[in-house]
Design a protein around this ligand. Sequence first.
Ligand code: ADP
Ligand code: ZN
Length: 741
Amino acid sequence: MSDLFGPSRRVVPVLVPVAIDTAYSYKVPRDMEVVPGSIVVVPLGPRKVIGVVWDEAPGGETVGDNRLREIEHVFPAPPLQESLRRFVDWVGGYYLMPRGMIVRMVVRSPEALEPEARIRGVRRAGPMPERQTEARKRVLELTQDGAGWSRSGLAASAAVSSSVIDGLIAQGTLEEVWLESGRAIDVPNPDFAPPTLNDEQQEAAVALRAATGERAFSVTLLDGVTGSGKTEVYFEAVAETLRQGRQAVILLPEIALTGEFLDRFAERFGSRPAEWHSQATPKARAQVWRGVTSGEVRAVVGARSALFLPFADLGLIVVDEEHDGAYKQDDGVHYHARDMGVVRARLGGFPVVLSSATPSIESRVNADQGRYRRLILEKRARGAELPDIEAIDLRRHLPARGKFLSPPLVAALRETLARGEQALLFLNRRGYAPLTLCRTCGHRFQCPECSTWLVEHRFRGILTCHHCGHTVRRPDHCPECGEVDSLIACGPGIERIAEEVAEAFPDAHRMILSSDLPGGVARMKEELAAVARGEADIVIGTQLVAKGHNFPKLTLVGVVDADLGLAHGDPRAAEKTFQLLQQVTGRAGRAARPTDGGTARPGGVAKGLLQTYAPTHPVIKAIVAGDREGFYTHEIEERRIIGLPPFGRLAGIVVSADEREPAQSLAHALARSAPAVERVTVLGPTEAPLAVIRGRHRFRLLVKTDRATDLQAYLKRWFAAAPSPRGSERISIDIDPQSFL
Ligand code: ADP
Ligand code: ZN
């Protein structure tokens, strides 16, 4: 038994992976050894669940000792470390989520908990068979070096039937053995191919290596323009961590699409890192989980959930594109992986690197106030110039009727094609048109389950809801008035832009990149690679294309609607638009010289064109002027004045129900029960902008405090005495909300 419990402690607290915050008490059977962190199986009601032995005064069940139930099994996997257990406590406390739900994210690869099933195999043992056949010869050749083979693998490779192998076993030529489990895990080599860094990168790399060398908590914001080589630089921190014999994790916002990234890692370190994301097979995930716990896996590249892996000796977290909204999980457990990355590093006592060309306002302010170190890369690594950005004022340069590309943008496309270069048209709207209506009766196609319009996808001949997936075939007559050929598409989606491009440039090779095209991730990866090889002349894409890809031939980026996103009631609208436009236009002209596979003319720079109705909007002006600092100064000042994050704190509360009335009255009752406290403002309730999703009616409250107030304590106090939901009613709390819909 562990000292923490003392020798006689036979009742321990166990956190179970359900929506419960308290650990339950369980008896430890006589012959069982558990310590805090042990992963166990316990009975819970009629079920058996995987739980984790915790290290605090047991709470919850108040039954007499003799009625306590027993732990049934302890897995051989190493116990969760102290710092990971404190991390689980912290995440639960911060987001007001039951810790059972957090612990579930740690142990959610149950097949990983047992050692990998071993396979019976064969290997060369001794004498040659008395009688040689062609089939036998092939088997003998393959097994010459004495390595173990699975029966089926050997039979397939030698093109023989399994009876040939049985015969050789009977002769004593082959023997049966247990095979080593799993594939050999690649060990990245920190000195495999060190890069030649430019001066600015070198300086940043030295600072990062030093931070890593301290083996202590620190946060470094790596703030460098698109194409400045941030990856090469933070790889040096990864290398240093590997030299220390510790593990590193790199978080990416769109891991499933980043085959290119894994190759880059392999070029630098000689082998690919382990991958962790939801698209991986359960078997592959189990292997990574196991390797991470044992310490054999030294580097993981993963989605936000990689943060909850039970590393044996984690020494570095890198959060790439740290500003990206994909780091916020908004279903199940609400959490922000960048923010929790910083927390995990603090609890574990190691450094974290946040990398971005467009840092979040939060991280910028933390750097400005000295809480984070900031390293700046001002130049593009390959000497390329940043693209020249211009606004196209749509009030003066109207697209033709029913079209969406203005004459100056069409002219720029033509010039780009004439030079044999690549262009990207960006519009953050999937499908053909965001709204379909009947020109005879005015009927609009709305989702029956959500308060949204159905989006037309013309290639597939459907109208679909982007919130719940409700889909109908596009009819040829209006369902309301029956008029035939009366339906019209309003507004553009990327399919419609592709159609316009096809009419204007029939000979150009077009490619659409969007997350919902048939073929899924595999096809998208292939298409992104094709674009990178220069195979498309004009790429039409959603924000999928904005994220970190390298397209060497790309020299023109046209943003079809730069105003999209500027006009909501979202306090981060300006920031998000700035980041997205900056990232998208940053795809252009990344390879300057023909030797880099780039085609930019000498002295010529790539171009970004923003179509806008608001050329004087501060965000548009800052991007056109290339005035990053100006944008940050302005935006930070605005936030300071109105007390928005990071100068104040927010919590979003969504009250929902199957009917409108109960949702509304619960929201009002909740608002009335809010304790009046200085420096805390409760706004609302108001009907949510997305008033109905999947048939659930939604109302929103917003809690706003200053930085010094303990927001969580306030919310706990409030909810302890507030009316609780009944029937279909639900209340969900979102700390540091990113979405206000
Ligand atoms: P960022 O992440 O800052 O946008 P990347 O790390 O993707 O930039 O680097 C952009 C490109 O420049 C990549 O193709 C990379 O291989 C290349 N690169 C980076 N640093 C150097 C360097 N010192 N010398 C040559 N090429 C470099
Ligand atoms: Zn819907």
